[in-house]
Ligand binder design. Structure first.
Ligand code: NI
Length: 424
């Protein structure tokens, strides 16, 4: 529709032109962040860089807790709630294996989850919204907030920003995540469950150390730990309906220091990922029961602790409908694909969605040239044409949401929706 125009949709053409003009800036920001990544909880330079870019364009911002992350509000006086976008800033502890001039300059740290791209998309949307508002080119008032958060990978940044007031006066929130399984120019959308909940599991098996030749004089925590892993893997899947996902993985086992000594204790840690709150509770209970049973069988003491629980991202139906319309308009309906199944990965965007409605969508970043490597791979990269698409969809989503719930008279939505339908 942007190419064809029509009554009441002038703003979409103006928005796209503004974001296309910003594309070189978004690309250079993404490359600069890619070359200078900062791990979770240390995003000071990233925050400062963003702060400067915003200030140069007349937008003031306030920092999140510990000076990390930024909250940026539309400067116009506000009557009613804001609509927010969220972008995450942090990189992973991973060695960049690419041979490009923007490869990471920081040993062992890399933007392998595309958060550099999320930041660029969020900046593009915020700058474009500010410019259109200043020109009087928005169809109705759009009170917005951009939330640039640290520490997504450690599942704490969203909660820190919320404590710092990120959601005060905010009615809904939108975000995207890059997706190398999709071509650039395509997005994936989904109502309801979008990512799994994730619980970290810490188990300590305490026995009684002794000589390897006389195990009867000790309580061997190694055999208890291995039996426990076997029991968890055998019985947890049989405790839940096979149609309901529950993924338990023990990723760390630590115990002992010598071939001929039975140690005192063994530590295990792992993650539990589920989609349904009822299954989550059932599996946690089953893990405790199995540990208790193994205590009886082995004579060891077994403590089980669940830490840093992260809820699943649950997309609000009305917010997802807004994303769908925004993406269909920006990309054409044929490029907006329904995601059949939720991801078993975790995402701390869930923290916002536990408090207010919102939606996350997946942004295609793969082309023939670049972007084929999976997330968290040392060769991960994106086709940067995705940056402008991401910004256009985020900005449209905020405008449409404000039009539906705020001061928009809704008239513009009629041609907007029917036009998209006509192209299907
Ligand atoms: Ni990520």
């Amino acid at each position: 529709m942007t190419a064809r125009g029509g009554a009441g949709i002038e703003w979409t053409r103006r928005l796209d032109a503004e974001i296309d003009a910003l594309a070189p800036l978004l690309r250079s920001l993404r490359r600069e962040l890619h070359a200078h990544p900062e791990p979770s909880g240390q995003e000071l330079l990233t925050t400062a860089k963003l702060e400067t870019l915003l200030a140069e364009r007349g937008l003031s911002s306030r920092r999140g807790p510990q000076g990390l992350g930024l909250l940026v509000d539309s400067p116009e006086p506000v009557d009613g709630p804001r609509v927010a976008l969220r972008a995450d800033l942090d990189a992973l502890r991973l060695q960049d294996g690419k041979a490009v001039d923007y490869r990471s300059q920081v040993d062992g740290v890399m933007h392998a989850c595309g958060h550099d791209a999320h930041t660029a998309c969020g900046l593009g949307a915020a700058l474009a919204l500010a410019r259109l508002a200043a020109e009087g080119a928005l169809p109705w008032p759009v009170p917005w907030r951009a939330v640039f958060q640290p520490a997504e990978e450690t599942a704490s940044g969203a909660y820190d920003m919320i404590e710092g007031g990120a959601l005060d006066g905010v009615a809904a929130i939108f975000a995207l995540h890059v997706d190398p399984s999709r071509p650039v120019g395509q997005v994936g959308v989904r109502d309801g469950a979008f990512t799994a909940s994730c619980d970290w599991l810490e188990i300590v098996v305490r026995g009684q150390g002794g000589h390897a030749a006389r195990p009867h004089e000790s309580v061997d925590p190694i055999v208890a730990a291995t039996q426990l892993i076997g029991a968890l893997y055998a019985f947890v899947p049989r405790a839940v309906d096979s149609q309901e996902p529950a993924v338990l993985t023990i990723g760390r086992i630590q115990g002992g220091y010598s071939a001929n000594v039975i140690p005192d204790q063994v530590e295990l840690s792992g993650t539990l990922r589920t989609l349904s709150p009822a299954v989550r509770e059932r599996v946690k209970q089953r893990i405790r029961e199995l540990a208790h049973g193994l205590e009886q069988a082995s004579g060891a003491q077994i403590s089980v602790e669940f830490r840093r629980g992260l809820a699943g991202v649950y997309n609000d139906a009305a917010a997802t409908a807004v994303v769908r319309r925004a993406a269909r308009d920006a990309l054409g309906p044929e490029n907006v694909v329904e995601i059949p199944r939720p991801s078993m990965g975790g995402e701390d965007f869930a923290g916002y969605l536990e408090r207010i409605p919102g939606a996350m969508f997946r942004l295609g970043v793969r082309s023939d040239r670049v972007g084929k490597e999976p997330l968290h791979s040392p060769l991960f990269d994106i086709d940067e044409a995705a940056l402008a698409w991401g910004a256009k969809i985020l900005a449209r989503a905020l405008i449409l949401w404000a039009g539906e719930t705020g001061k928009g008279d809704g008239k513009d939505r009629v041609p907007f929706e029917s036009d998209a339908d006509a192209r299907r």
